[in-house]
Structures are given as C-alpha cells and as structure tokens.
Design a protein around this ligand. Structure first.
Ligand code: SF4
Length: 367
C-alpha cells in the first residue's frame, strides 16, 4: 500500500482525492501526522469515519517499528528501526547539555535542546576506513517517508514537539547519494524544523552538493574531511578518488552560503594517521578558504570492526585542536555522545550484524 508519510501536500491531495476529495483534507491529514503525531488513520477523529476507513484500506502510515533501543547515561538513546520490508536502520536521540532559550519540551520542562540523528540509506557504499557502517557495506536508499518516519517515531517515543529538535543527517548512509529523497524529506521536515537547525553531513559528493544547492530548504553543511591531502584522504575515504579535494572545495565555494552561516568540517582524529601538528596546519590552510569551523571527533574505537585504528590520547587531541586554533580556525572537540551504547555512526547495526567485518583499508600513518 502507498505510504502517505513522504508526500507533500499537493502529492497527498492527488493521492487521496478518490476517498478524500476536498482539497483541505490533505493538510488536515498532514496536521495529524506531524502536529499530533498520529500513527494510524482511525486516530484522525475530525475526518468522517467512512473516510478514515477508506484511507486505512488504501494507504499506510509507514512509521518504522522500534526493534530495539538503549540509552546511555549522557542522555543519548539509540533506536534500531525496522522498515516495512524488514530492513533495519539506526536513529539516535541526543540531549544537548546546553539549554536552548527558544525551546520548551512537550511536558513543560524549560528548554532542553534535543537532536535527532537520522539515516538516509540502509548501509553505505563509501567504505570510509573509520566508520562501522562502511564496514557493513552498501544498502538501499531510504524513501522520503522512511526518513521522516524515523523523526516522527522518535518524536512519539521521546515526546518532543514541533520546533523542539535539531535534525542531523549523520546516521547510516551518504545523504547526497540519495539527494532526491533527502531533499523531499528536508521540505517536509521544514514545517517544524528550520533549515538553520538542520545539518547534513556528507563525505563530499560534488553532484549531490550541486543538486542540494538548488533546493529551497538547504541545511547546514558538515563535510567529513579527515585528511588534508588527496593521497591520505583517498586511503581513508575512497570517495576522494572520484571527488578529490580541489573539486570538493570548488563546489563548496559555489555553495549558496547564507550570511552568518559557516561550513563545518568534520575531522575524525585517528592516532598516527591524521593527528600530526603539520597535518593540522595543512587542514587550517585548506578550510580558511571558506567561512568554516572544524569539529575534531576523536575516533570511536571498535575492537570488532576497526581493530587497527586507535583513538589518540587526550593530550594528542588537545595538541591537534590547539594547533588549529593557533592557525586561526574555530575548532571544537566533540567527544561522541552515547559511547556506552555504541550510538555513533553505524555502531548499533554493527553490534547486531552477523558475520565477519571487512578489514579497514588504512593501517598505518599516512601523514
Ligand atoms: S562515514 Fe558516512 S559516508 Fe563514510 S562510510 Fe560511514 S556512513 Fe558512509
């Protein structure tokens, strides 16, 4: 049965017009889905009973099923979500320790900012050496409905309302390899999450960046960099062989960055691979081409999936960040939340996945 979750109001109008011919019905159904977090047509009690029954016979509300969930002491909670065809993806709920002045939680508590991390594919073909999802291999693209469905399920489970959450596309998959569905999902999410509070993390797919640049709802960009020269980056992130640094930065310079916004560069810091002071100086020279900031993310170690990659010591992390800062770069060190629960990219699926991991491609210092 067709899923109504990923449809815009005009598409929903067209889809349901046989059973709900009045043009305002589509907006009414969307209000139930989004503002009231309805999970079924019978809940939509201001629709006539016969219409609700006819909708339930012909359409589905494709909210994924929560297959498992686990929380960690820092407030992160990971959800393993099962889609209609049995494919499983992960979504993560995070609570920011900082208070957000504009936010109020649905149960009246003042202003805790929450972030929802969504997947865009059920796996990833890009095979970044530091990523557990990459070890698991490729998976299909998610539909727009399956993407917003993750958000809506977490909104129901965690009881947050419209305009209370940030959204990040940092779960499983490369969003810009699924740019049409991600773009539609961004349009739908924009009814309650402003693009300014939405961030899309990409490994740097140049045609995808160009397609996203033409859309009305453009998120903040976070570009996974992790190396400042092509040779190292191609070993760490094979996508660099198709979209090398010069092409990526040329595309980023064309990106219609609004006033006051910056591009975030993510740098997964790996001991002996990309944590040298000279690498920090090379990185600074690269990112100073744009209004930019750098997030340094000390590697999430995984003995099973990434046995040869190690997180640098806290002193080495600090030294790398200080070098960047001295070069005039705004830098933040992000110790991943939810480590206890393996909530970082791909690690939830990694824990349940059977079989043997592929070995990572990079094994020694490339800098
Ligand atoms: S880091 Fe992102 S792009 Fe790279 S393999 Fe993992 S999910 Fe894919």
């Amino acid at each position: 049965m067709p899923d109504v979750l990923g449809l815009s109001i005009p598409d929903l109008q067209r889809a349901v017009r046989e059973v709900a011919p009045e043009p305002y019905r589509a907006a009414q159904i969307q209000r139930w889905l989004w503002e009231r977090r309805a999970a079924s047509f019978p809940e939509m009690t201001d629709l006539p009973r016969a219409m609700r029954e006819a909708l339930a016979e012909r359409f589905t509300i494709g909210l994924p099923r929560v297959a498992s969930r686990s929380a960690s002491v820092d407030g992160a909670e990971k959800f393993l979500l099962e889609l209609a065809d049995g494919v499983r993806v992960e979504a993560v709920f995070l609570v920011d320790s900082k208070r957000h002045p504009a936010a109020e939680t649905s149960d009246g508590a003042p202003g805790t900012r929450v972030t929802v991390c969504l997947s865009s594919q059920a796996g990833c073909a890009l095979d970044c050496a530091f990523c557990v999802t990459g070890r698991l291999g490729s998976g299909r693209n998610l539909t727009a409905g399956e993407i917003v469905g993750q958000y809506l399920v977490l909104a129901r489970e965690k009881r947050f309302g419209p305009r209370e959450a940030n959204v990040v596309f940092m779960g499983m998959g490369e969003p810009l390899l699924n740019v049409a569905c991600v773009g539609t999902a961004l349009d739908l999410l924009a009814r309650e999450v402003s693009p300014r509070r939405t961030t899309l993390s990409t490994a740097g797919i140049v045609p995808g960046l160009e397609a996203l640049a033409r859309r009305a709802h453009r998120p903040n960009l976070a570009v996974s960099l992790s190396a400042a020269d092509d040779a190292t980056r191609s070993r760490l992130m094979p996508v660099n062989r198709t979209h090398p640094l010069a092409d990526l930065f040329a595309a980023l310079k064309r990106w219609p960055l609004e006033k006051g916004r910056r591009v975030t560069f993510e740098w997964v810091l790996i001991a002996g691979v990309n944590d040298a002071p000279e690498t920090a100086r090379r990185l600074a020279a690269l990112v100073r081409q744009l209004p930019a900031e750098v997030n340094v993310i000390p590697l999430n170690e995984s003995a099973r999936w990434l046995p040869d990659l190690k997180r640098p010591s806290p002193a080495a992390v600090d030294a790398f960040a200080r070098t960047l800062s001295r070069c005039g770069v705004d830098v933040t060190v992000r110790w991943s939340k939810g480590l206890e629960a393996d909530a970082a990219c791909g690690q939830l699926r990694g824990r349940e996945a059977p079989g043997r991991p592929k070995p990572p491609e990079i094994r020694s210092s490339g800098t």
